[in-house]
Design a protein around this ligand. Structure first.
Ligand SMILES: [Zn+2]
Ligand SMILES: [Zn+2]
Length: 230
């Protein structure tokens, strides 16, 4: 179980996931949300609302957290596993070659920092050109070399500090994650903005305005089909 607040009354994700503060239901209750495509130990994979491209997914905890790297060791390990599942879904069902990973972890009282779009922690996992992540990496201060998973990169995280987590996963060189923790104020929904521009739909980054319902429905349908690998 994730320590801390399990549910935030003002949070859209908490309302959708139906998280309730009960020792009996906090982690094992079936998801109430209809867009959940994978659920494991209190973590979900869902298609992003207003997906920028087909296969634009989010990995998020059922319970209210504002940053994945602020979760306890066990939860970060589960998040890593669910992230790998999202990558597998993109490879097998969406034939994704390059996969992009981004989380804007919100520090305490820092909702405007790190380009956050929703306070409830969520890792964007999407097919797309690695140039998107390279572009973002060039504009922030990266503290260290890349790390292959969330557990490893967390060693560079100062608990409670806002951050930007960037990553790529290519068939040739595996998963690489970078962390920027300088507290720079970044554009709103920054990953969505950069990905939308790369996808040739620069005006459609704001999920509150552009729902991209057809792409959302297609993503949900493809993610739920039986893969060729069984
Ligand atoms: Zn929440
Ligand atoms: Zn986001």
């Amino acid at each position: 179980m994730i320590a801390g607040r399990l549910r935030s009354p003002e949070c859209d994700f908490c309302a959708e996931f139906g998280t309730e503060y009960s020792p009996l239901t906090a982690t094992d209750a079936p998801p109430k949300s209809s867009r959940v495509i994978h659920a494991s130990d209190g973590w979900y994979i869902v298609p992003s609302v207003g997906p920028i491209v087909e296969g634009h997914l989010l990995v998020c905890p059922q319970s209210h957290l504002t940053a994945v790297l602020d979760a306890c060791d066990e939860q970060v390990r589960i998040a890593d596993r669910v992230l790998s599942e999202a990558v597998r879904i993109l490879r097998e069902k969406f034939n994704a070659k390059g996969i992009l990973i981004c989380e804007h972890g919100t520090g305490a009282g820092e909702q405007q920092r790190s380009g956050a779009c929703v306070e409830h922690a969520h890792i964007h996992v999407s097919p797309g050109p690695v140039d998107v992540i390279n572009f973002m990496r060039d504009r922030v201060t990266i503290a260290s070399e890349w790390h292959p998973n969330l557990v490893a990169i967390r060693a560079n995280h100062q608990a409670g500090a806002g951050y930007l987590l960037l990553g790529t996963e290519q068939e040739t060189d595996g998963r690489r994650l970078w962390l920027s923790e300088t507290g720079e104020v970044l554009p709103r929904q920054w990953f969505r903005q950069v990905l939308a521009k790369a996808a040739g739909s620069a005006q459609e980054w704001d999920w509150r305005k552009t729902k991209n319902e057809e792409t959302f429905a297609r993503t949900l349908k493809i993610a739920r089909t039986q893969s060729n690998w069984g």
